[in-house]
Design a protein around this ligand. Sequence first.
Ligand SMILES: Cc1cc2nc3c(=O)[nH]c(=O)nc-3n(C[C@H](O)[C@H](O)[C@H](O)COP(=O)(O)OP(=O)(O)OC[C@H]3O[C@@H](n4cnc5c(N)ncnc54)[C@H](O)[C@@H]3O)c2cc1C
Length: 432
Amino acid sequence: MPLQEHNYWLTTAQFPAAHASHPLPEIVDVAVIGAGFTGLSAARTLAKRGAKVALLESETIGWGASSRNGGMVLTGLKLGVNKLISMYGRELTQRMYAASLATIDCVEQIIRDEAIDCDFSRCGHLEVACKQRHFDDYARQAEVIAREFHHTLRVVPKNELSAEIGSNIYYGGMVDEVSSGLNPARYVAGLARAARKAGAEIFEHTRVERIERDFRQGGAGWRISTSRGALWAHEVFVGTSGYTGRATPALQKKLIPIGSFIITTEILPEKLALELSPRNRMIYDSKNYLYYYRLTPDRRMLFGGRAAFFPETDQTVRQSAAILRRGMIDVYPQLSDAKIDYVWGGTLDFAFDIMPHAGQLDGMYYAVGYAGHGVAMATYQGQKIAELMAGDKVENPFVGIKFPGAPLGLYSGNPWFLPLAGAWYKFLDWVT
Ligand SMILES: Cc1cc2nc3c(=O)[nH]c(=O)nc-3n(C[C@H](O)[C@H](O)[C@H](O)COP(=O)(O)OP(=O)(O)OC[C@H]3O[C@@H](n4cnc5c(N)ncnc54)[C@H](O)[C@@H]3O)c2cc1C
């Protein structure tokens, strides 16, 4: 099969039929923007509470990062625990870490309740150390996490690593058995079915262009202008992640869209697949400019990374195929003859402090900033913010933390500095 510039996961999933000509309602309780994990999880929760929900998606269900990712359902946050403690103190960090563990249960519960067939498995994740210094730090991290958060991580020394991974380039690893894997396209399609079943209406090919305060319908609310006409909503929830645009300028200025790219090989022989990943873990390395990889349920090696920092275009996707293949063979020389069947890219969102953020901005609810940890956190934040909107008293340690913009306010949403950021992260990988 020749290399296809296409998302492999989409070949495995069936999405609910679109209601393209369905007219927009005039008035709803909540307009949710973006049909990814965040928006769909929020729409499902709100509709279950009896709210009239219109979910507005400029493309199609799951079109954004939610169908394009590695399917790694990960514990923890992008920042390490010591950094978190230095930023937020012990008590808030404990609550954040507990929430990161709860995100996995949240995904599992939804999959079970909605009978979503998406190959969810508690297979655990393996982080591998690219330098001795990184490995030495694993023992310290595991000790802090056990002491402060009562959560067990297992440090794997180099001489035992072959039980976890068929590569000898690493200095050791660290396993978290709680993390999981799934097929993201099937999961997001299942979430959409669940949101619809709960009563939410999903409008595809409906780009939100402008959102304005409007008091005309007998109360405070919003007039939302879309590519298919306007509607009025009491509340707005924004779940647009790395694709956040001009319709929500205040949020756009706080987010950096960053490209991430993935290749998958042809289907591998069973024996080779078992050698590469004997425990079928979700694997990522310890670099800033990291690689993440796993076997797919049909035994392809899926290998991803920030091969280009800019969001996906035909050019960055094509370049990424070659860069990622070289990276994959560095890790697994056994794959030097394996054919690459698929390459694709997607955009994720980083806040300037690399933290998830949720709450209200300019009167609109939002949840964003997952920094590559969004499969579990986006599902969780969608649900939690929806519960908050429904009036529940909700434990959510990411609401109300400082949400910084660019230093000196020097950013309008056009990430001109990405090549510099890419070079900077490569430099950090070299020196740290
Ligand atoms: C290649 C790649 C690999 C990744 N791997 C992992 C992984 O293994 N594990 C992990 O935890 N995370 C991973 N992530 C991150 C994860 O996929 C995201 O954090 C998560 O999917 C975000 O979900 P979301 O619903 O917030 O946003 P998205 O799924 O990006 O959805 C946002 C939606 O908003 C829509 N939208 C934007 N503007 C408008 C508008 N004006 N009007 C209407 N609709 C609009 C877009 O069309 C889009 O569909 C990865 C991301 C990428 C790109």
